[in-house]
Design a protein around this ligand. Structure first.
Ligand code: F6P
Length: 324
């Protein structure tokens, strides 16, 4: 293998740049020509592909976003789009790919490999942490810390005014960001899609808590089965029936996707990037390089996207116990 290309796809996440840097520099270190594809599968289809050098990735390890830009490509879902992408790679003689992204990225990569056979190794880049085959995904730690900083600030004002705050965090269909920012932020409740939220018991507990606490923080994962934070707040407010109690909602939104990656994300990104290139060179394909129990592991794309990743046992119990 002489030429490889790297791209970022789907929702960006802090640490993607550190991962690109690791892919480029490991590739060059191993004697490869490395190319960067702009805007994920979109750029592959349009042939927006450029050679990257060691200096091309200088001064990006600390930056959020992705220097290669990212997109969600509708055209790549079609056989015609994938054929165009393959033709562009063929023209440049690209023999291997590193795909940095989440489940949508790996679904596309798996299909593309099955159709055209270009070896591909993935790196888990998403704030959601919803990828099987790695303990954490690149960007998750930064997103949790961003959410936590916001929760801390909201707690100050919640306490000052004796208010109940519902804070909605991202995560798509997963509750990892909610759980970890909830534990770190001392939330009274965390509502996640992985468990069914029992509204009656939340209302009962909130009423009981009022004997000892005057303000409360409830972290709501965006994918919760009871609805979004605003809808849940309205249901709780109606059930509590206390005209003197004030309820507020804050949706943190895309602030969670940006910012300087934490050290943990930069190290994870660098390890996965290096492992992806080493994996390609040792003949691995159709799999993702992740880190589990401190060790680099390669997991087939089929498992990464097909197997559910459970929340860490004890985390929800921890919130119940520590919020009394
Ligand atoms: O997958 C990352 C993520 O930020 C999710 O947490 C969220 O549901 C989604 O992307 C938002 O996507 P977009 O930026 O396209 O609105």
């Amino acid at each position: 293998m002489k030429k490889i290309a790297v791209f970022t796809s789907g929702g960006d996440s802090p640490g993607m740049n550190a991962c690109i840097r690791a892919v480029v520099r490991t590739g060059i270190y191993k004697g490869l020509e490395v190319y960067g594809i702009q805007r994920g599968y979109e750029g592959m289809i349009e042939g927006d592909i450029k050679r990257l050098y060691s200096h091309s990735v200088s001064n990006i390890v600390q930056r959020g976003g992705t220097m290669l830009k990212s997109a969600r490509s509708e055209e790549f879902r079609t056989p015609e789009g994938r054929k165009k992408a393959y033709d562009n790679l063929k023209i440049l003689g690209i023999e291997g790919l590193v795909a940095i992204g989440g489940d949508g990225t790996f679904t596309g990569a798996k299909l593309f490999f099955e159709e055209f056979g270009i070896p591909t190794v993935g790196c888990p880049g998403t704030i959601d942490n919803d990828i099987y085959g790695t303990d954490y995904t690149i960007g998750f730690d930064t997103a949790v810390n961003t959410a936590l900083e916001a929760i801390d600030k909201i707690r100050d004002t919640a306490a000052a005014h004796d208010r109940i705050f519902f804070i909605e965090v991202m995560g798509r269909d997963a509750g990892f960001i909610a759980v970890e920012s909830g534990i770190g932020g001392g939330a009274e409740f965390v509502m996640v899609p992985e468990t069914q939220t029992d509204l009656k018991s939340v209302v009962k507990s909130l009423k009981n808590l009022r004997k000892t606490k005057t303000s409360s923080i409830i972290v709501v994962a965006e994918g919760d089965d009871l609805g979004n934070a605003e809808e849940i707040m309205q249901k709780v407010k109606t059930a509590i029936k206390d005209p003197e109690k004030e309820f507020k909602v804050t949706t943190l939104g895309h602030i969670q996707r940006g910012g300087k990656p934490t050290a943990r994300d930069r190290v994870l990104a660098s390890r996965c990037g290096m492992a992806a290139v080493e994996g390609l060179l040792s003949g691995k394909t159709n799999c993702m390089a992740g880190v589990m129990n401190q060790q680099v592991v390669y997991t087939p794309f089929g498992d990464c996207i097909g197997k559910p990743k459970p929340l860490i046992e004890d985390h929800l119990k921890l919130i119940d116990i520590l919020s009394i």
